[in-house]
Design a protein around this ligand. Structure first.
Ligand code: GDP
Ligand code: IMO
Ligand code: MG
Length: 428
C-alpha cells in the first residue's frame, strides 16, 4: 500500500495543486475528498497555466484515474466547463469519475450563499459564493440531491419539488427575491445527469481495492485546516473537513490505510476572506509580499491578506492532521526580506503567554502574536534544486520550522513551475 494525502495547513492557497501535480506523476489514482469548486489550484507546466477548481490536480499527469469522491460537493455545470477547458488544452478527460454519493450543488444553494452573505453585511464570511455551505447543509439535513439522483427522473423531480417548496418560500418571503421554476431546474439537471452518466460511479470499493493491491493513491485536499469546519476559525471557515480525517469520511477509506500525511505550508501566510489572522501584515511589507507572491485568489481574484508564518497555528494543524511530512512552498518569495519574523507564541488579553491555539475565534482577534526574528537572505533561489545550494539563512529558516514542529520538510518549493522544487529525497 502506498497512500499519500496532501492537505493545506494554513488558510488555503498553500500550493496544494502544484504539489499534487508533482506527486501525481507516480499515481494510479488522484482523489478529491471534500470541498467543491470553491477551491482554486494553480499549476504551471512549461509556462502553460492551469487553474483547477473541482478536478483533482492530478488530471494533468496522472496515468490512472482521477476521482471526485463522495465528500465533494459537485456543481455539474462547473464540472463540464472545467472538463472543456482541459480538453481545449489537448489533454484527456475520460479518466475522471464522480462518486454516485457526492452531493450536487443546485442553483438554490448558490442563491442562498449569495443572499446570506449580503444579509450579514459587515460580518460576512467572504465566501466564494459557490453554494458550498448551503449544499453541505442539505446533505446533513438529509434533503440533498446526490449525483446518482440525476440519473433517476422520478427521484430527481420529487427532490427538486420538495426542496424548492422550502427554498422558494425563503427566497420570496424572507429575502424578498424571486423564486426558481421547478420545471426549469428539473429539466436542466436531468440533462446534466444524462451528459455525465458514464462518469457517475461507485468509488469507495474501487479505491479500497486499489489500496489493498498496493496501488499508488494520492488524496488531494482543498482549503486547509484553519478553514476546517471544526478546527478552523469558526464561523470564518468553509463547510467541510479539509483534514486528513476528511479522507476517511470523504472517500470511504479507513484511517489504517493512510500512510504519508503531507502538510503543505507557505513560507509565510495568506488568507482570503474574513476572519482572524494574528500575524497579518497591514503595512507596506504586506503589499510587497502580495505583489511578489502574486497573492490574488485563483477562484475569486480577490487580493489575499498576507502575514508572517505562524508556527502556533501550524502546530495545531499538524496535530489535528497527524502530519508526518512537510512541504514548504514559496520560499523564493521571501528572498530580499530581512529580518523574517515567525510567530512562536501568543500573548492573551490578560497577559498570559501561550503556545497553543484557542478554540475561541473572538479571543484570537485580540491575541498578540510574539515573534522570533531570523535573518533573511538576498539571493534569488528560484533556480536552486538541491538543499545544500540554498543560502545558509534560507536553510536556517527551514530548519527552524522543522525543529519547532518536529516534522521533516521533504520538499521546498521555490517557484510555481512543476520543476521548481528542492526534493530532500532521503526523507522518503
Ligand atoms: P492551492 O489552492 O493550495 O493549490 O494554491 P493556489 O494555487 O491557490 O495558490 C498558490 C499560488 O502560488 C499559485 O499561483 C501557484 O502557482 C503559486 N506557487 C506555488 N508554489 C510556489 C512557489 O514555490 N513559489 C512561487 N513563487 N509561487 C508558487
Ligand atoms: P484552496 O483549495 C482559500 C475561504 C473563503 C471564505 C471561506 C468560506 O484553493 O486552498 P466557502 O465558499 O468555502 O463557503 O468560503 O473559505 N475559502 C478559501 N480560501 N483557498 C481556498 O481553497 C478556499 N476555499 C474557500 O474565502 O473565507
Ligand atoms: Mg487556491
Amino acid at each position: 500500500m502506498s497512500t499519500y494525502v496532501v492537505v493545506g495547513l494554513q488558510y488555503g492557497d498553500e500550493g496544494k495543486g502544484k504539489i499534487t501535480d508533482v506527486l501525481s506523476a507516480e499515481s494510479d489514482y488522484v482523489v478529491r475528498f471534500q470541498g467543491g469548486d470553491n477551491a482554486g489550484h494553480t499549476v504551471y507546466v512549461g509556462g502553460d497555466k492551469f487553474v483547477l477548481h473541482l478536478l483533482p490536480s492530478g488530471v494533468l499527469q496522472c496515468r490512472g484515474k482521477c476521482i471526485i469522491a463522495n465528500g465533494v460537493v459537485v456543481n455539474p455545470k462547473a464540472f463540464i466547463q472545467e472538463i472543456g477547458q482541459i480538453e481545449a488544452k489537448g489533454l484527456k478527460t475520460d479518466h475522471i469519475y464522480i462518486s454516485r454519493r457526492a452531493h450536487v450543488i443546485m442553483p438554490y444553494h448558490i442563491l442562498l450563499d449569495v443572499y446570506r452573505e449580503e444579509e450579514k453585511g459587515g460580518t460576512h464570511i467572504g465566501t466564494t459564493k459557490k453554494g458550498i455551505g448551503p449544499c453541505y447543509e442539505d446533505k446533513i439535513s438529509r434533503v440533498g440531491i446526490r449525483m446518482a439522483d440525476l440519473l433517476n427522473p422520478e427521484i430527481l423531480r420529487d427532490k427538486i419539488e420538495k426542496n424548492l417548496k422550502v427554498k422558494n418560500a425563503l427566497f420570496e418571503r424572507y429575502f424578498e427575491k424571486s423564486g426558481l421554476d421547478k420545471e426549469v431546474v428539473y429539466h436542466e439537471f436531468l440533462a446534466l445527469g444524462e451528459r455525465l452518466k458514464d462518469r457517475i460511479v461507485d468509488t469507495e470499493r474501487e479505491l479500497n481495492e486499489a489500496i489493498g493491491k498496493g496501488k499508488n493513491v494520492l488524496f488531494e485536499g482543498a482549503q486547509a485546516l484553519m478553514l476546517d469546519i471544526d478546527f478552523g476559525t469558526y464561523p470564518y471557515v468553509t463547510s467541510s473537513s479539509p483534514s486528513t480525517g476528511g479522507v476517511c469520511t470523504g472517500a470511504g477509506v479507513p484511517p489504517t490505510s493512510l500512510q504519508n500525511l503531507i502538510g503543505v505550508a507557505k513560507a509565510y501566510c495568506t488568507r482570503v476572506g474574513n476572519g482572524p489572522f494574528p500575524s497579518e501584515l497591514k503595512e507596506n511589507l504586506g503589499e510587497k509580499i502580495r505583489q511578489k507572491g502574486r497573492e490574488f485568489g485563483a477562484t475569486t481574484g480577490r487580493p489575499r491578506r498576507t502575514g508572517w508564518l505562524d508556527l502556533v497555528s501550524l502546530k495545531h494543524a499538524c496535530m489535528i492532521n497527524g502530519i508526518n511530512r512537510l512541504v514548504v512552498t514559496k520560499l523564493d518569495v521571501l528572498s530580499g526580506i530581512s529580518p523574517l519574523k515567525i510567530v512562536t507564541r501568543y500573548k492573551t488579553e490578560d497577559g498570559k503567554i501561550i503556545d497553543y491555539l484557542t478554540s475561541s475565534t473572538t479571543k484570537l482577534y485580540h491575541y498578540q502574536p510574539l515573534y522570533e526574528e531570523l535573518e533573511g537572505w538576498r539571493e534569488d533561489i528560484s533556480e536552486v534544486r538541491s538543499y545544500e545550494e540554498l543560502p545558509g539563512n534560507a536553510k536556517k529558516y527551514i530548519e527552524y520550522i522543522e525543529d519547532f514542529l518536529g516534522i521533516p520538510v521533504y520538499l521546498v518549493s521555490v517557484g510555481p513551475e512543476r520543476s521548481q522544487n528542492i526534493i530532500r529525497k532521503e526523507l522518503f
